[in-house]
Design a binder for this molecule. Structure first.
Ligand SMILES: O=C(O)CCC(=O)C(=O)O
Ligand SMILES: [Fe+2]
Length: 213
């Protein structure tokens, strides 16, 4: 097995942070793709959770997520079918799992991507990603402004948790015993996006998942 990339940190069993995993070129490619996805049949939308609009806007690929289920059509937006999951993005997920030394990386077949856009004031409350039937790892990629990311435990949305920063290009994987850990984004740090990443303001986060549907 090859050594993990420099700076790799195991945050909890099954949860691994790899700072700067994506090159600037790949970051700006993702942003370019995001613009195309956002112009697609279903625009990025602030999902409503118990009557309140989230501050994050999300566009989905493969399957459409809305609280708290996956469908092929975006029935809470405009009823259109979401774009297909690109095969290059699934391959990037396998590359990510290979980078963190997951022995099952080659068999990873994410069938959905949730692409979130955060403006300077957006946040995401502590939650579990548990609408998937599969417990395959979630692969998270960040581009643009740095955020403070809170990664907690599987039992409660409160302590113990670890606060870390996710910067442009960072990879974060959570699987195994951490797959159902609560996590959230507490703050965006405006003005921290590196030149050349493709975004001058805001943050994009892509999570790759296996729905098991
Ligand atoms: O933006 C992030 O880093 C986390 C996103 C997230 O937790 C989600 O989309 O479920
Ligand atoms: Fe999440």
């Amino acid at each position: 097995m090859t050594a993990p990339p420099a700076g790799t940190a195991e945050i909890a069993p099954g949860a691994v942070h790899v700072p700067g995993w994506l090159s600037l070129e790949r970051q700006s490619f993702l942003v370019e793709q995001f613009r195309a996805w956002a112009a697609g049949p279903v625009p990025p939308t602030a999902a409503k959770v118990r009557g309140h609009e989230m501050s994050v806007r999300t566009v989905c690929l493969g399957w459409h997520w809305q609280p708290y289920r996956y469908t092929r059509e975006a029935s809470n937006v405009n009823g259109r079918r979401v774009l297909a999951m690109p095969s290059w993005l699934a391959a990037l997920g396998r590359e990510a799992l290979t980078a963190v030394g997951d022995p099952d990386a080659a068999a990873y077949e994410p069938d959905t991507a949730l692409v979130n856009y955060y403006d300077a004031t957006a946040k995401m409350g502590m939650h579990q990603d548990k609408d998937e039937v599969s417990l395959a790892p979630v692969v998270s990629l960040s581009v643009g402004d740095t955020c403070r990311f809170r990664f907690g435990n599987t039992e409660t949305r409160t302590r113990p948790y670890v606060d870390l920063t996710l910067a442009s290009g960072d990879l974060f994987v959570f699987g195994g015993p951490s797959r159902l850990a609560f996590h959230g984004v507490t703050t965006i740090l405006p003005g921290t996006a590196p030149a050349g990443c493709g975004l001058t303001t805001g943050r994009i986060n892509v999570t790759l998942r296996v729905t098991g549907l």
